[in-house]
Design a protein around this ligand. Structure first.
Ligand code: EPZ
Length: 449
């Protein structure tokens, strides 16, 4: 039940290294289930979700060696994963309920072991999150799937060659909101070991999918078109070992860009994936934020200076699948827009209910008017510090940003949501000049009778 206490008003300045990406690392870790050889991942961030995935994989027979980074400013640690294909293939509810991304173990396990049992993920604060597209894709590859007792039970029949292998297929993976990121990760991973060729149409184009395809290709998979809506996978009999550096976290980078914007700060972000953030950076530039970056090296690991030196201008933004504006930066941008001039309009097209932060920002004096999936943001001169409640990962980041700019003290409760996706956020903000501290509160143990 940790909380943050933030005394707002400080202008952030300094240098920060962006960590490896949570949303890239999770499916990359699950990909180790596809091979009997060791897989090494570098720049793995120290996050609650990564620890949960380690716990899940350990339970599924993956031997793990975890070497955290010795330098706190490094992009992340090293994780060595070595799966035993004969181990338990049941991902239990008590782990899956802590992290929906556990579902991305389903495809790799099914493809390598011919069977898998994964608890259906439960409800989520940001809205409905079915996995029907995942199941549609895996069924198209020949899996027999039923849902029973809250579990997805999947298996592959023994083929004429005596092997339990999936079979390549042409799959349209689009849903009502367009593509699915983890659905694409699941189906693409599974198709690497299928007989024949798979075409995924309406595949997610997210940079995390490109990073996963890079690892799978290094393991021996034959994949083309990752990053585009059509991915082609030619199945192979087996995959081998690989050593892969995790993509930098574009959502963490985008969040710190918003921190510079809302505090009229001056930050240099190292290991910054500017090439994966063009929609967000275009939006900030329209608002009046200056961003300078050097593209002579890897545009996914650039040095980017972010400066805001005046009250920002309003914008209209709609979240979309990549390369559109990312839903995972919607809440953080809304915090910035609360203090911009004029009226901004924010429309959420991916998770229509992803507005838990609206009521909390309103408690801080923000002028927000919601109709369905759209929020009109009337810019105001000031926000006022008060107690607010975090509800999900990105909403909590939004409240921290608002607290950095608010007058007085803001208390953000339940920051365990934040720890799922941001490494030591309060320490790193303090190094940039913020007046913020974590208050840890022991929850008294309730002893019946
Ligand atoms: C990934 O979730 C990310 N999580 C989310 O980030 C991110 O918000 C989301 O992609 C969209 O960018 C990870 O990578 C671990 P989707 P995912 O399947 O893959 C609907 C964060 O803050 N849909 O692309 O679960 C779904 O309801 C998290 O780090 C179906 O209808 O999202 C949604 O409206 C939060 N059926 C839309 O598609 C399906 O089978 C996109 O969801 C699957 C999805």
């Amino acid at each position: 039940m940790d909380r943050f206490e933030i005394r707002g008003g400080a202008r952030l300045s300094g240098r920060l290294t962006i960590k490896g990406s949570k949303n890239a690392a999770l499916p990359l870790m699950a990909a180790a289930l596809l091979t009997d050889e060791p897989v090494t991942l570098r720049d793995v961030p120290e996050l609650a979700d990564i620890a949960n995935m380690r716990r899940l994989l350990d339970n599924l027979g993956v031997a793990l060696q975890h070497s955290p980074a010795s330098d706190p400013d490094a992009a992340g640690g090293v994780l060595r994963l070595h799966a035993d294909p004969k181990a338990n293939s049941h991902a239990h509810y008590d782990i899956v309920r802590t992290m929906r991304a556990s579902v991305c173990a389903l495809g790799p396990m099914l493809a390598r072991r011919g069977e898998a049992r994964v608890s259906l993920p439960g409800g989520c604060a940001i809205g409905e999150r079915p996995v029907d597209l995942h199941l549609r894709g895996l069924r198209a590859l020949g899996a027999e799937i039923e849902v029973d007792g809250g579990d997805i039970i999947a298996k592959v029949a023994i083929g004429s060659d005596g092997a339990r292998r999936l079979t390549g297929a042409r799959i349209f993976l689009g849903g009502p909101m367009g593509s699915t990121v983890l659905g694409t990760a699941n189906v693409m991973s599974a198709a690497t070991l299928a007989r024949g060729t798979t075409i995924i149409e309406c595949a997610a184009c997210e940079p995390e999918i490109v990073d996963l395809a890079k690892l799978l290709t290094a393991m021996g998979a034959k994949i083309s078109g990752a990053g585009s809506p059509r991915i082609t996978i030619e199945g192979v009999a087996a995959l081998g070992s690989a050593d892969h550096r995790v993509l930098a976290d574009r959502i963490e980078a985008g969040t710190y860009m918003c921190a510079a914007a809302i505090t009229r700060g001056d930050l240099i972000l190292e290991n910054c994936p500017v090439d994966a953030l063009m929609a967000h950076m275009d939006c900030l530039a329209t608002m009046g934020v200056t961003m300078q970056y050097d593209l002579s090296g890897d545009p996914l690991r650039a040095s980017c200076r972010v400066v805001a030196d005046r009250r920002l201008s309003p914008v209209e933004v709609t979240t979309q699948p990549h390369p559109g504006f990312p839903t995972d930066l919607q809440a953080q941008l809304m915090a910035v827009l609360c203090l911009a001039e004029g009226r901004s309009v924010v429309t959420e097209r991916i998770f229509g209910e992803r507005f838990m932060h609206v009521a909390e920002l309103t408690r801080m004096g923000a002028q927000l008017y919601r109709t369905g999936a759209t929020v009109n943001v009337q810019g105001t001169e000031r926000l006022q510090g008060t107690q607010v409640m975090a509800s999900d990962l990105r909403a909590s980041a939004c409240l921290v940003l608002a607290g950095l700019a608010a007058e007085g003290t803001t208390i953000v409760n339940r920051v365990y949501h934040l720890d799922r996706g941001y490494e030591r956020m309060e320490e790193r903000l303090r190094l940039l000049g913020a007046d913020i501290e974590r208050i840890s509160e022991q929850v008294p143990e309730v002893v019946n009778g």
